[in-house]
Design a protein around this ligand. Structure first.
Ligand code: ZN
Length: 342
C-alpha cells in the first residue's frame, strides 16, 4: 500500500432534483412507493459516479436514502413515537420538534444494509458508511422512558453496533459515526460519551471514524460560530480523550474555520480527516487552497495519517457545485502527493 494522502467526503451529497427538493436540508421526497425505492437506488449510483469522476479515493452513498442524518435511522427502530412530537433545544442552539422515546429501544431489522450492499456492487474502491453517534441521537429526541441521557445513549450504542457489524459484513470498509454533539457537551463526552461511542464501534474489522463538526451552514450554526471568538478550541476538550480511544480516525473542519491547526497534534497515532472544503459557501475552492490546508496539517501529523475531507456534508449545494468542490479536493490532495513524492 502506498502512503498517498487519500480523499473522501464527510457524508451527504445533493439529491437529484427529481428525488427531493434540491439545495435544502431535510427536504421531503418527491416520489412515493416503488418509484421512491427505485429513485433512491438511482441516486446512489449517481452519487457514486460523481465521487469517482471527481477522483476521490474512499466512496460513500452520499446519504441519498435518508432525509435526516439522525432521524432516518431512528425511524427504523421501535420505541420511538414519531406522531406526537415535542419541542426541544438541539445542541443548546435551536428549537426543533422531535420524536419521543416511549418504550424500550429495539432494532427489529437492519436499516441501511441493502443500501450498503448496493454501494458495494457499484465500485471496487474502498467504501464508507455513516451512522449517527449515540450522543447526537439522544440530543435529537425527547426521552420519556429511560429518563437518563447516558442510559438511552447506551441503548443506541447497542443497536448501532449491530447495524455496524452488518454493514461490515456487506463489505463496508469504513464506518463513520457523526457526533456533532461532542463539540458542545464536554462534561458528558468525558463522563460517558467516548465510552459509549466505543461500544457502538466495538469489535469491528472496518475502520471506525468519528465526525465532529460545527454543522451545516444553516443560520443557527452560523450565529453560533460567530459567537465562538477568534479561535475555535472546542476540539481541544475532546481530542485528548479520542486519542486514547479505540476510534481509528477523527475529522475536523479547517477550510475557512477558526480551528487552530495545531490541535491535530493532540491526536497522535490517529488518522485525521482534514476538512479542506467549506460547506458554508458555494464558492469553489481552488486545488491550491485545498493543498494549502493539507500542507498546514502535515506540520502537525505525518502525511500517511492525513486524509483530505469536506468540513461537513455537501447536501445543500447544487450537484454542479458539489462536483466541483469534490474535484478541487481530489486535485488539491494530488498537488501535495506530487510535492511529497507519494
Ligand atoms: Zn458535519
Amino acid at each position: 500500500m502506498n502512503n498517498k494522502i487519500l480523499t473522501t467526503i464527510s457524508g451527504s451529497l445533493p439529491k437529484p432534483n427529481w428525488l427531493a427538493e434540491p439545495e435544502k436540508l431535510w427536504s421531503s421526497w418527491l416520489l412515493q412507493g416503488e418509484e421512491l425505492i427505485k429513485g433512491k437506488k438511482n441516486a446512489i449510483k449517481i452519487a457514486v459516479d460523481n465521487q469517482i469522476n471527481s477522483g476521490l479515493s474512499i466512496i460513500g452513498d452520499g446519504e441519498q436514502t435518508r432525509q435526516h442524518f439522525v432521524t432516518t435511522f431512528i425511524e427504523h427502530l421501535t420505541g420511538v413515537d414519531f406522531q406526537n412530537k415535542k419541542i426541544v433545544r438541539i445542541r443548546n442552539r435551536y428549537d426543533a420538534s422531535v420524536p419521543v422515546v416511549v418504550s424500550e429501544i429495539r432494532r427489529e431489522k437492519s436499516v441501511f444494509v441493502d443500501d450498503a450492499k448496493y454501494l458495494r456492487s457499484l465500485t471496487k474502491l474502498p467504501i464508507k458508511y455513516t451512522l449517527p453517534g449515540p450522543m447526537t441521537m439522544v440530543d435529537t429526541l425527547y426521552d420519556e422512558y429511560y429518563k437518563s441521557r447516558e442510559k438511552l445513549a447506551e441503548k443506541f450504542a447497542e443497536v448501532l453496533n449491530k447495524e455496524a457489524k452488518e454493514l461490515e459484513d456487506a463489505g463496508i470498509d469504513y464506518i463513520q459515526f457523526d457526533e456533532p454533539a461532542f463539540n458542545v457537551f464536554f462534561d458528558e463526552v468525558k463522563d460517558w460519551g467516548i465510552k459509549i461511542l466505543e461500544k457502538a464501534a466495538s469489535n469491528l474489522k472496518a475502520k471506525t471514524i468519528v465526525h465532529i463538526c460545527y454543522g451545516y451552514g444553516i443560520d443557527a450554526n452560523i450565529k453560533w460560530k460567530n459567537s465562538l471568538g477568534n479561535e475555535w478550541r472546542q476540539y481541544e476538550h475532546v481530542f485528548p480523550l479520542l486519542a486514547k480511544s479505540k476510534i481509528d480516525q477523527i475529522s475536523l473542519e479547517c477550510q475557512n474555520s477558526k480551528v487552530p491547526m495545531d490541535l491535530i497534534a493532540l491526536l497522535k497515532g490517529k488518522k485525521i480527516l482534514v476538512g479542506a472544503i467549506d460547506v458554508g459557501t458555494k464558492k469553489i475552492e481552488t486545488p491550491e487552497q485545498v493543498a494549502n490546508i493539507l500542507r498546514k496539517a502535515i506540520k502537525f501529523a505525518e502525511p500517511k495519517n492525513i486524509l483530505g475531507c469536506t468540513n461537513c456534508g455537501l447536501v445543500t449545494f447544487s450537484q454542479d457545485v458539489a462536483n466541483a468542490k469534490m474535484k478541487a479536493l481530489a486535485d488539491g490532495a494530488n498537488i501535495l502527493n506530487k510535492e511529497l513524492g507519494l
